[in-house]
Ligand binder design. Structure first.
Ligand SMILES: [Zn+2]
Length: 128
């Protein structure tokens, strides 16, 4: 039995589309139906999107990125200016929470699009 060669999908373009929350195939419809719920199928092109297996990776990468950017800034501010604890409660913690909430769906979208572009987990048309 001859196996068909999967169609080449541009990884960077797909990941950018996913990062922006768009379908990695057509870039015309939303990848998500809720905050972090991926559509089963694209409402525009019909591409199957339910094969994704992002699991905990978006949260892991979000914590990794936010931790490596904001924690050094917080330490720098604390050691240089020693601001009041209200600075931490009023600005530091909300900044970290908002950054995580903004970054999490973008990273999940990029990861789902990466899996789609690389034909992982059933995105290539073969069973998982
Ligand atoms: Zn689409």
């Amino acid at each position: 039995m001859e196996q068909s060669v999967p169609v080449e999908r541009p990884v960077r373009q797909s990941m950018w589309r996913g990062f922006m929350g768009h379908c990695p195939n057509c870039d015309q419809a939303s990848l998500f139906r809720k905050f972090l719920k991926v559509q089963d199928n694209c409402p525009n092109c019909g591409e199957d999107l339910h094969h994704h297996r992002a699991d905990d990776a978006p949260a892991y990468f979000t914590i990794l990125i936010v931790g490596h950017i904001l924690v050094p800034i917080a330490l720098l501010v604390q050691t240089k200016w020693s601001p009041d604890v209200s600075w931490l409660l009023g600005i530091g913690i909300p900044t970290i929470i908002i950054s995580c909430l903004l970054l999490l769906p973008r990273i999940k979208g990029a990861l789902v699009a990466f899996q789609w572009a690389r034909h992982m987990h059933g995105f290539g048309g073969h069973p998982e």
